[in-house]
Design a protein around this ligand. Structure first.
Ligand code: ADP
Ligand code: ADP
Length: 228
């Protein structure tokens, strides 16, 4: 589903953010990306989204070598990869319903389908009845659920979660992890960058550790492994 073939990324200032990374993530996997600050996690994620162009090597996403992908086709790639962030990034002047509906309107989904699917996705993330709320009327955990709902509404095969629990207390973080696990069990491949040791250690999923742009560990059932 995602493959890095000898991928390196050197930024214009000379920083080697990724250094000959080889990794293969299969359909349906749940993978944590860990590592110290500056290790290359964000660059790795951005390479999957083609938000950065790698310097050498190939990045394959859903059987497509995106290093050769034309600029015009990048929006098509982004539809295959849902993304959620630490800071939710919801549209503040749209309701929960409208935030999610908007993501479907962009892809040209007929309104009939939008009206049917938004309540279904709200139920999936545990937000039934909250469709008419604005983001600032919701708790952090609820806002993250909206963000997750929006990221998967168009059924992407891959979901990237960049520190999704970074702004949440431990109990709320676990509620979010349950939602992500449900989505993963429905077949979505999940790649989650995190500094949350407890979550990584308890979930017992694959852990890829980046250090200095290289893969330092890649364990089928891994641990967080850092002291921060
Ligand atoms: P992480 O997400 O693990 O903290 P990053 O991928 O953000 O790591 O950064 C890896 C390295 O690349 C760091 O040394 C960082 O300072 C550098 N870096 C990140 N983005 C840029 C950029 N746009 N230009 C130059 N250097 C960058
Ligand atoms: P409920 O369980 O009360 O139906 P949901 O959590 O399923 O609520 O959210 C759907 C909400 O979105 C409903 O309250 C409904 O009023 C609102 N809604 C339905 N269609 C639209 C629309 N086209 N635009 C904006 N809001 C809508």
């Amino acid at each position: 589903m995602i493959e890095f073939q000898n991928v390196s990324k050197k930024y214009d200032n000379g920083v080697q953010a990724l250094d000959r990374v080889n990794v293969k993530i299969d359909k349906g996997e749940f993978v944590f990306i860990v590592g110290p600050s500056g290790a290359g996690k964000s660059t790795f994620i951005k390479a999957v989204l083609k938000e950065v162009n790698v310097t050498t090597g190939n990045v394959v996403v859903d059987d497509m070598d995106i290093t050769k992908l034309h600029r015009r086709r990048v929006p098509y790639l982004r539809r295959k990869v849902g993304v959620v962030f630490q800071d939710f990034r919801l549209l503040p002047n749209k309701t929960v319903y409208e935030n999610i509906a908007f993501a479907m309107e962009i892809t040209g989904t007929p309104h009939r389908n939008i009206r049917k699917q938004v309540p279904m996705i709200l139920a999936l993330v545990g937000l039934t009845g909250k469709g008419n709320f604005y983001p600032n009327q919701l708790s952090g955990g609820e806002q993250q659920r909206v963000s997750i709902a929006r990221s998967i509404i168009n059924n992407p095969p891959i979901l990237i979660a960049d520190e999704p629990t970074g702004n949440l207390d431990p109990d709320t973080s676990w509620e979010i992890m349950k939602v992500l696990r449900t989505i993963n069990r429905r077949g979505t491949t999940i790649l989650m960058a995190t500094h949350d040791r407890e979550i990584v250690d308890i979930m017992k999923k694959r852990v890829i550790a980046l250090e200095n742009g290289q893969i330092a560990r890649d364990d089928k059932v891994g641990v967080y492994g850092y002291d921060d």
